[in-house]
Design a protein around this ligand. Structure first.
Ligand SMILES: [Zn+2]
Length: 485
């Protein structure tokens, strides 16, 4: 990345964080991968002599989004043309579609799926991805493969592999081993970088698994290196869901996570079938079962949590477990609606994710605003839910899981910044910012994306990878993948 301090100057700055502020005629200065100053232009510029000033007047500058739960491996399913039997319920959707797809993925499919999914997220302003990966036949080295695609783009991410017993003992063992190996690899490269934790940048030749993906991808124009800050990547231990993992698998996965000081990432009570299975297996509900096996905690993500009791809600609050709400996916699968207002009231940290359904956190936030008032039959519900989940809580969640503070523009935070072409037709202030996000802003307004101080997309052009070339190869691979399902 450039070795001089740079200043985005003259735009409207939304700082995000726990006490967001709007600064008109503001500036953000960053040096290396960190923000060094945020404030009015005159103050910031006079404090940073010799800095390169980038004109952002007329633009909106805000922190990049954090996607709290997604599956990059599903990106090549868009427009899927394959012989998929109709599904009458959630378990059938998994059996007929997603478990067929995750068994058909080769390493090359996985690489391009990760790359195209991540490019979509960057395009609409996401700078941190919390991903849950499944390629249930091509397990070994799959996380290094995803990591390589994301590092080539230059996006920040927390990665995990979806351990499950649903494909037999061998695959379960491979999933456990893959999780452990990837965590160790990140730790080793962080040590060699002297970074705080978990960094995986510049793993270079050690990268495994992508040897067959061909030479067309990448083509990194203007790759200015990166890597002088903390690592972009961290890891969690992934588990599919309670209903596909036995007690021993839970114990071993939880043990790997504890030993490494990371959390787990698991689907929880997404459908009633998960609850029924847990009661059958253990006499306990899903959250109770996971708690008994040591899976919960402040770095663990419990995605969905739709069918939970008040007691389970209290366990999530007491253990400071992260819940991630994915309203569009839940509506698409017709599995119900998480009681987010109730969980927030009970002190649960709830964030927002896309579950692979969309590439835009703006879209997810709009739906998060609508679904709860629709569900409650009360138009007073929702507005603050969307804002708290997407803008405030995701910043807290992201900062727990990556190497630094994300989701806010403040001195010392990671320089993950997006610049939007937005000329508001009504006053824009801190107190009505959510109204502008929900009713005005879209992902298409994002012009420039900076991650760790490095320009990843500038004026809607990617600087690190050949995006059209990546999409072209992905289209070929998608047909191949569909034919294997
Ligand atoms: Zn999911």
């Amino acid at each position: 990345m450039p070795d001089v301090t740079r200043i985005l100057s003259g735009g409207t700055i939304f700082t995000g964080g726990s006490e967001p502020v709007v600064i008109k005629g503001g500036a953000v200065a960053f040096d290396g991968d960190r923000i060094v100053a945020v404030g009015p232009v005159s103050e910031v510029v006079s404090g940073q002599r010799g800095a390169e000033v980038i004109d952002a007047s007329g633009k909106l500058v805000m922190p990049g989004f954090i996607n709290g739960h997604t599956h990059l491996y599903s990106a090549l399913a868009r427009g899927l043309m394959a012989d998929i039997a109709p599904s009458a319920n959630f378990v059938e959707i998994l059996e007929h579609l997603w478990w067929k797809l995750d068994r058909a993925l080769t390493h090359e499919h996985t690489w391009y799926s990760a790359a195209t999914g991540a490019l979509d997220l960057v395009r609409s302003g996401t700078t941190t991805i919390i991903d849950h990966h499944a390629s249930q036949v091509s397990v070994t080295d799959s996380l290094a493969n995803v990591a390589e695609a994301l590092e080539e783009i230059g996006i920040r991410a927390n990665l995990c592999f979806e351990i499950s017993d649903r494909n037999g003992e061998t695959k379960r063992e491979e999933g456990l081993a893959e999780s452990e190996a990837f965590i160790q690899e990140l730790a080793a490269s962080a040590e060699s970088l002297g970074s705080t934790s978990g960094g995986a940048e510049n793993r270079g030749a050690e990268s495994r698994g992508a040897e067959s993906r061909g030479a067309e991808n990448g083509g990194g124009a203007e790759d200015d290196g990166g890597g002088d800050g903390v690592g972009l990547l961290t890891a969690s231990v992934g588990l599919h869901a309670s209903f596909t993992v036995d007690d021993d698998t839970l114990d071993r996965a939880g043990g790997i996570a504890r030993d490494a000081g990371v959390g787990c990432h698991i689907h929880v009570a997404e459908d009633r079938a998960d609850v029924e299975d847990s009661l059958r297996r253990s006499g306990k509900r899903v959250v109770e079962r996971l708690h008994e096996h040591g899976i919960l905690g402040e770095k663990t993500i419990a995605a969905h949590c739709i069918h939970i009791s008040e007691h389970e809600r209290d366990i999530l609050a007491d253990t400071e477990t992260i819940v991630v709400h994915n309203p569009q996916s839940n509506m698409n699968n017709a599995v119900g609606c998480t009681d987010v207002p109730g969980m927030l009231e009970a002190g649960v940290l709830v964030g927002l994710g896309t579950d692979g359904f969309t590439g835009s956190m703006f879209d997810e936030m709009k739906v998060a605003n609508l679904i709860h008032r629709h569900q409650a039959g009360d138009p007073r519900v929702g507005h603050d839910v969307a804002e708290r989940l997407c803008l405030r809580n995701n910043a807290v969640i992201g900062s727990r899981l990556v190497n630094g503070t994300v989701g806010e523009l403040s001195a010392g935070s990671l320089a993950d910044i997006i610049v939007l072409d937005y000329d508001p037709p009504t006053p824009l202030e801190a107190e009505n910012f959510t109204g502008h996000v929900i009713f005005g802003l879209t992902g298409w307004m994002v012009e420039t994306v900076i991650i760790g101080g490095r320009d990843i997309m500038r004026d809607r052009e990617f600087t690190t990878v050949d995006a059209p070339g990546t999409a072209a190869r992905a289209r070929e691979l998608a047909r191949d993948l569909w034919s294997r399902m």
